[in-house]
Write a protein that binds this ligand. Structure first.
Ligand SMILES: Cc1ncc(COP(=O)(O)O)c(C=O)c1O
Length: 396
């Protein structure tokens, strides 16, 4: 793999024609150590955010021992890479064959569900196993989050009692899980969700062994500066301590974005400029799905040898395919003299960026390069440390 000290060094050495995936393993290691050391519970990596084998392995080496898998392909991937890892199959709607293979071939014992039908499916597929940890997913609000996960999954309050009761009968350990939506901008999201958990436990009068607060832990993007991660951990821990759960109950979380966003970015080339529109060589069908479809603003930085003294202006991007929808509105702030042939680093694409890539129209990523400088932003560096790397922190 190519190794460089900066995106500029990489661009100068390679003059890449295809987009280059940049990885910063030290950033993912720092994120994992942060969760392992400071979250007062178990941190389970949500593989869907970025299933790169290198990332999964380095998270394991940094102390992440549990992985949230959503499909049988993710189950197979992680059990092949890390036979000793614990897998949690947390998709509430699974194929029966997937449950069967996960249980009997890969030793998965932890499953989530949000209906009686899914519970029956799990019991059928595992031949009424008696060693299951069953996590009932409750529907909670996504009001504090940038990406809602409030519609598709989760038992509504009036369904929770019957489901918790039935799962308690079938489970060796009973859990309650939820997802506050991705990129939760306030710890209040978890406090509010945990108050619903409390009401559900009281209503069902069951003993609960696991509280799983799901994902939603934020990263830093332009226009999205969340409070420090410690504030989330503290609020969750305090709310957990006040729940009517068994004395030995465990607290779990399933961070995806927070463990992977800083790990990867992208070096793209400008192929054409039309006014304030830059035609670049990656887009909506590549790593920029969220930039196109949910208007996510990733940080950008012009990667050019000589400093530009032009003021920043707002650009939008077109991706390389022939599709009008291959458009990222931004705004992306770059020097006004940005021109064809320039390279741009688009940051914080480790989560739901590189993982979304397709080969549509024949456009796909080129090489991967490892850099040892800092990502464009880090929620794991103090303000002082952030200032020290500010030469690399652009257009937030
Ligand atoms: C069940 C589950 N857990 C965890 C995650 C990870 O969420 P995030 O990336 O917001 O931390 C997701 C994301 O969709 C999810 O569906």
């Amino acid at each position: 793999m190519l190794k460089h000290h900066s995106a500029l060094g990489l661009a100068n050495a390679l003059r890449p024609v295809q987009p280059v995936t940049i990885i910063r393993p030290h950033a993912a290691r720092r994120a994992a150590r942060f969760f392992v050391e400071k979250f007062q519970g178990r941190s389970i990596y949500a593989v869907k955010a970025n299933p790169s084998p290198e990332l999964i392995t380095l998270l394991w080496e940094s102390g992440i021992t549990h992985f949230d898998v959503a499909s049988i392909a993710e189950v197979r991937l992680v059990s092949r890479l890390l036979p000793d890892a614990t897998l949690c199959f947390m998709h509430p709607v699974k194929a029966e064959e997937a449950i069967e293979e996960a249980y009997f071939t890969h030793g998965v014992r932890i499953f989530s569900l949000d209906t009686i039908e899914e519970l029956e499916k799990i019991l059928r597929a595992t031949k009424n196993a008696s060693d299951l940890t069953l996590c009932v997913r409750l529907r909670v609000s996504s009001d504090h989050s940038k990406l809602s996960l409030a519609s598709k999954f989760g038992a509504a309050p009036h369904e929770a009692k019957e489901l918790l009761f039935a799962a308690r009968q079938a489970a060796d350990a009973l859990g309650i899980c939820f997802h506050v939506g991705s990129q939760a901008m306030s710890p209040a999201a978890y406090v509010q969700a945990l108050s619903h958990v409390r009401a559900a436990i009281v209503d069902a009068a069951v003993t609960v062994d696991v509280i799983d607060v799901g994902g939603g832990f934020p990263s830093i993007y332009p226009g999205m500066e969340p409070p420090p991660m410690e504030a989330y951990f503290k609020a969750i821990h305090e709310a957990f301590e006040n729940l009517p759960v068994s004395y030995s109950a465990e607290l779990w979380a399933e961070p995806g974005r927070a463990l992977s966003a800083e790990y990867a970015s992208l070096l793209v080339r400008v192929e054409k400029r039309r006014g304030d529109q830059l035609y670049i060589n990656d887009g909506a069908y590549g790593a920029l799905f969220d930039a196109a479809h949910v208007g996510w603003r990733f940080p950008v930085s012009l990667v050019r040898g000589e400093e530009s003294d032009a003021k920043d202006m707002a650009f939008s991007f077109y991706g390389p395919t022939c599709d009008d929808m291959d458009h990222m509105a931004g705004p992306f702030m770059l020097p006004a003299d940005t021109r064809p042939g320039d390279y741009i680093e688009i940051g914080m694409l480790g989560a739901y960026g590189c993982a979304m890539r397709t080969g549509f129209n024949g456009f796909t990523a080129g090489e991967t390069a490892m850099l040892d400088d800092e990502p464009m932003a880090s929620i794991y560096l103090s303000e002082d440390e952030d200032a020290a790397v500010s030469s690399n922190v652009i257009t937030l």
